[in-house]
Design a protein around this ligand. Structure first.
Ligand SMILES: [Zn+2]
Ligand SMILES: [Zn+2]
Length: 348
């Protein structure tokens, strides 16, 4: 393999590793202390979250779910890389590889000194204003990014055409239905079971929530950030590489940790929804909480508790992002049934 290709792959890999760790300004809101330092492969990180990272690398107990989560994250990451490349190009900033390269500690200083001006950037630099044509191109880049993730709002017919978000949440939901059905079937032996049901109101609500989360993140947060970073950088007379690095960290690959969290959490939410839906469909009266092995302090007290079906806390919503807890159908007479949990969003 030629050296340039190897270098490129290596830079991308390092960039990804870095991006999977949240920075302080983007604290994940999971309730943990994010003040601890993290250092891996000799990379110095500003203010990452040990705890989130710890949660983020734990595996789900079901192999199928791990596969879906990994595929979901990969699909998100691919879109991030493509969009970041386009954003940098539209603004006349240095290329993504140059930015990645500049993040290598030993090269940072040296590259800082190089001013790579494109004519597009030079014009903005002189006028101290973002060209409206650049803004228009940025709008388009974000529109395409959103369309690739959640579609244009109308679900296409063929499964092959499903956008990234729908494809993976539907798959997680399907796995959840299958697991719950298997669980129930085992207990009820050859009883006639209700078929898996995809067209339920709760799944529709979840999908809508997820689509809103993604749209808000991209349109309201990242899109505004790009303009903000650009105009501040131009006003301050910053090195274009400096500006590109900031976009990389706050909008591009530096944000991969967010997409990893989203991929894992949305999958877990869909699995949980599938369990409740299948259990209800088959008249299962009780559900039992099951944490993964080595549970976190939020979830540990929930392990083994029993609720009436659909009355327990909601995975992720009522626990935390990256929660890998699941529920099982509980048959027989439980010793103790918990009072209905205060759910942040009740099951429909
Ligand atoms: Zn937990
Ligand atoms: Zn949990």
């Amino acid at each position: 393999m030629n050296e340039a290709v190897v270098n490129r792959a290596f830079l991308q890999f390092r960039s990804y590793l870095r991006g999977i760790k949240p920075q302080e300004e983007d604290a994940c809101g999971c309730g943990y202390d994010h003040s601890q330092d993290w250092d891996v492969f000799g990379i110095k990180i500003d203010s990452p979250s040990l705890y989130e990272l710890d949660l983020a690398r734990r595996s789900h107990r079901w192999t199928e779910v791990n596969k879906i989560m990994a595929s979901f994250f990969q699909a998100f990451a691919q879109e991030v890389t493509i969009a970041e490349g386009k954003i940098l190009k539209a603004a006349g900033l240095p290329k993504l590889n140059t930015v990645r390269d500049s993040l290598e500690d030993d090269k940072a200083e040296q590259i800082q000194e190089q001013r790579t001006w494109t004519s597009r950037f030079a014009e903005m630099f002189v006028s101290k204003q973002i060209d409206p044509e650049i803004e228009r191109q940025l709008d388009l880049i974000f529109e395409i990014w959103i369309r690739n993730l959640i579609g244009s709002g109308i679900l296409p017919d063929g499964l092959d055409d499903l956008p990234v978000y729908h494809f993976h949440t539907l798959n997680s939901f399907a796995i959840g239905l299958q697991k719950a059905l298997g669980d129930i079937q085992e207990e009820l032996d050859d009883a006639l079971l209700a078929p898996a049901n995809y067209s339920n109101a709760y799944l529709a609500k979840l999908t809508n929530d997820g689509m809103t989360r993604i749209t808000t993140k991209l349109f309201d947060h990242y899109r505004g950030l790009v303009t903000g970073i650009l105009s501040e950088g131009i006003a301050a007379g910053d090195n274009p590489l400096q500006i590109a690095r900031e976009i990389h960290q706050r909008v591009g690959e530096g944000q991969l940790w967010y997409w990893n969290r989203l991929a894992r959490s949305e999958s877990a939410i869909a699995l949980d929804a599938a369990f409740v839906s299948e259990a209800r469909e088959n008249g299962v009266e009780h559900e039992q909480w099951s944490t993964a092995s080595n549970p976190c302090p939020i979830c540990a007290p929930l392990d083994g508790l029993i609720w009436r079906t659909g009355e327990g806390p909601r995975v992720v919503y009522d626990t935390h992002p990256h929660c890998l807890c699941t529920k099982y159908a509980y048959f027989g007479e439980p010793d103790k049934v918990q009072p209905a949990a205060a759910q942040s969003l009740p099951y429909l």
